[in-house]
Write a protein that binds this ligand. Structure first.
Ligand code: GAR
Length: 218
């Protein structure tokens, strides 16, 4: 089985990157993490990639006058590395519509809420302020709008009465680390179809998911 070369774009800590690297260590995982791109030289995730023997590139957005030139530089690094899929994993730059459209249905994003609720920044603070009892994480195909696009998988996480932002972020992050490998695995295996703006998953989901993760094993 050919493993699809995947680039992971980060800006920080890289805990989701670490989850993807771990999943891709399994011989039967359909994706290989072949490149990590960061727009920040001080992103902690770069060291995780280097420790795993994965190529890294730092492309500082401040060196580019135009968003499109930054996007082109990122894309060139991804293409040079032979990658055909992109995972956004805490990448805090907005990719331009032209790049997102060129890579349509080949860019995944993870966001720490049950989209379409709470897109954008300060997700957990807004979820707490809204008083929701359940929040979670979403992996979706990227579209030009921020945190928008057809949903591949979601995980639900309870909000507990005493939760502060950090408590909630930690609980959601643990779910993210299970969800992202599931979603990338489905996409890389060619099992994600988009019809009428919604994702259909081909075949049963054979994954040790919690009942609160959808799609669940059948
Ligand atoms: C994650 O919680 C991810 O969902 C979030 O940034 C964090 C990155 O953590 N992404 C967004 O909010 C995108 N809108 P990590 O660097 O440890 O993976």
């Amino acid at each position: 089985m050919a493993r699809l070369k995947t680039a992971v774009l980060i800006s920080g800590r890289g805990s989701n990157l670490a989850a993807l690297i771990r999943a891709a260590e399994a011989a039967d995982y359909p994706a290989e993490i072949a490149l990590v791109v960061s727009n920040r030289a001080d992103a902690g995730g770069l060291a995780l990639a280097e420790a795993a023997g994965i190529a890294t590139a730092v492309i500082d957005h401040r060196g580019f006058a135009e968003r499109d030139a930054f996007d082109r530089a990122v894309e060139a690094a991804i293409v040079d590395a032979g990658c055909t899929l992109i995972c956004l994993a805490g990448f805090m730059r907005i990719l331009g519509a032209a790049l997102v459209e060129r890579w349509s249905d080949r860019i995944l994003n993870i966001h720490p809420s049950l989209l379409p609720a709470f897109p954008g920044l300060d997700t957990h603070r807004r979820a707490l302020a809204a008083g929701v009892r359940i929040t979670g994480a979403t992996v979706h195909l990227a579209r030009p709008a921020v945190d928008d696009g057809p949903i591949i998988a979601q995980a639900a996480v309870p909000v507990l009465p005493e939760d502060g932002e950090a408590d909630l972020a930690d609980r959601v992050l643990a779910a993210e680390h299970r969800l992202y490998p599931l979603a990338l695995g489905l996409l890389a295996a060619g099992r994600v179809r988009v019809a009428d703006g919604r994702v259909r998953i081909d075949g049963p989901v054979d994954w040790p998911a919690s009942p609160l993760i959808s799609p669940v094993p059948e």
